[in-house]
Design a protein around this ligand. Structure first.
Ligand code: PMP
Length: 456
């Protein structure tokens, strides 16, 4: 598909700010109403953007301002918002069947079959899907089932990991903001260092962060007296998301896989954020050649509608008793129809979106480095899952102050670009647009970001 065709799937005038103030009066009223009526425990509630309409990677607020969205709703809108084929699928499905509860529906069964086709090696062609509504409950399911099929109860997860906000999933997640005052969560979780080379707590002169982290998992799992004597699973993000967009080299997952094999623990990859084409392969785990035992998906699978779940090796799924995990809204026919459409678009050879994510991602990284900003400590990523770690000083790596990050965010937003930060210090800006983003809009938005950095 040509760039002109991709551009046609967006509002033509982005970015364009037309209100005299930002937020404009209508957005300000909506924000005030939201502050009075909705819990701000949700993420992003205080962001000064109000969405009214969206098309592709462009968003209009109620005052008529048009933004370019580099966040894709945190990697959700893999094929862009309101893609005409998705809208058509919703129209067709809404006239046929939407809710079916847990009874089979044709779209749901088609989707489970399709997922088996697109699953990574180790699961492909011989797996069973359990559908959920969001990523957190996919992780809850992963923990529940891993315990049941192994008869063990401990779980190893990683520092900086984000896996959700409920009991088991929050126990896996390390971010203070999500934990403080809410505990104790599910017991039996052991956290290990993630190979975040830029801020690794151990000396990497002789061994890489990936080697150290991978070997540490073997030490935990296969040595007496580490406390890890009954581990059901290691749960890991192949590219860490909320923890700062950290893409370890393949060796890390390879070492973790070997350690799991030695101990009989399952390897569960959480691809809620990294999956569905975002990193330049259908699944980020495929960059390592490692075969997972289970995989969680979410975000980009559903795109404009909620869809998430857990893919398991068939022999493991066979050990889970029928009817032991009902879920009223999972795999709603509408969500399944949209997911099938998303997968079809991602696999369309004319669009070639997944390879495009890979090549475009490399160009994005180059462009950001070319800004030569003293605040850019590191640019890293895989495909269109790119993190820009901002620091006060490249030598000391002191994270950019909250005040400066606020200024940068204000700059980009008030110039019509939507970006969301992540990272342990909220100092990593992410570039994670829809895979359909036209080059023109992508580089225009990056220019705004570069200007924002210069203005600091
Ligand atoms: N796992 C990962 C890797 C995630 O990034 C997220 C969401 N940021 C979740 C799980 C939880 O997904 P949800 O917000 O849909 O519950």
């Amino acid at each position: 598909m040509s760039e002109i065709e991709l551009e046609a799937l967006n509002f033509p005038d982005a970015p364009k700010m037309v209100s005299a103030t930002f937020p404009g009066p209508k957005a300000a009223a909506a924000l005030a109403l939201s502050a009075r009526t909705e819990s701000m425990a949700r993420g992003g509630g205080r962001m000064p953007v109000v969405m009214d309409r969206a098309f592709g990677v462009t968003i209009k607020d109620p005052d008529g301002n048009t933004f370019i969205d580099l966040s894709a709703g945190v990697g959700v809108s893999s094929v862009g918002r309101c893609h005409p084929e998705v809208v058509q699928a919703i129209r067709d499905q809404s006239e046929t069947l939407m809710h079916a509860m847990e009874v089979n529906n044709t779209k749901r069964t088609d989707l489970a079959a399709k997922i088996s086709e697109i699953a990574p090696d180790g699961l492909k062609g011989d797996c069973i899907t359990f559908f959920t509504q969001g990523g957190s409950d996919a992780l809850e399911a992963a923990v529940k089932f891993a315990k049941r099929v192994t008869g063990r109860h401990q779980i190893i997860a990683f520092h900086g990991g984000y896996h959700g906000i409920w009991n088991a999933s929050n126990a896996l997640t390390t971010g203070t903001a999500y934990r403080k005052g809410y505990g104790p969560f599910m017991g039996g979780v052991i956290h290990a260092p993630y190979p975040y080379a830029y801020r690794f707590p151990f000396d990497t002169t002789h061994k890489s962060a990936e080697q150290i982290s991978g070997e540490y998992i073997d030490y935990l799992l296969n040595t007496p007296y580490t406390g890890a004597d009954d581990v059901a699973a290691v749960i890991v993000e192949p590219v860490q998301g909320e923890g700062g967009y950290v893409p370890p080299s393949p060796e890390f997952l390879q070492l973790v896989r070997k350690a799991c094999d030695r101990s009989g623990a399952l390897l569960i990859v959480d691809e809620v954020q990294s999956g569905v084409g975002r990193t330049g392969k259908m699944w980020a785990v495929e960059h390592s050649g490692v075969k997972p035992d289970m995989l969680t998906f979410g975000k980009g699978m559903g795109g404009d509608v909620p869809m998430a779940g857990l893919i398991m090796r068939s022999d493991l799924a066979a050990k889970i008793p029928d009817g032991s995990a009902p879920n009223t809204f999972a795999a709603n026919a509408m969500s399944a129809a949209v997911s099938l459409t998303n997968i079809r678009l991602l696999q369309d050879p004319k669009l070639d979106l997944i390879n495009r994510a890979h090549t475009l991602g490399l160009e994005v990284q180059e462009r950001i480095r070319s800004f030569n900003s003293p605040y850019v400590g590191e640019v890293r990523g895989r495909g269109l899952m790119i993190g820009i770690e901002l620091v006060e000083d490249k030598v000391t790596k002191v994270p950019l102050t909250g005040e400066k990050l606020g200024k940068l965010m204000d700059y980009v937003l008030s110039h019509g670009v939507l970006m969301v930060p992540c990272g342990r210090y909220t100092n990593v800006m992410r570039v994670m647009p829809s895979l359909t983003i036209p080059r023109s809009l992508l580089f225009k938005a990056l220019d705004v970001f570069g200007e924002g950095l210069a203005a600091l």
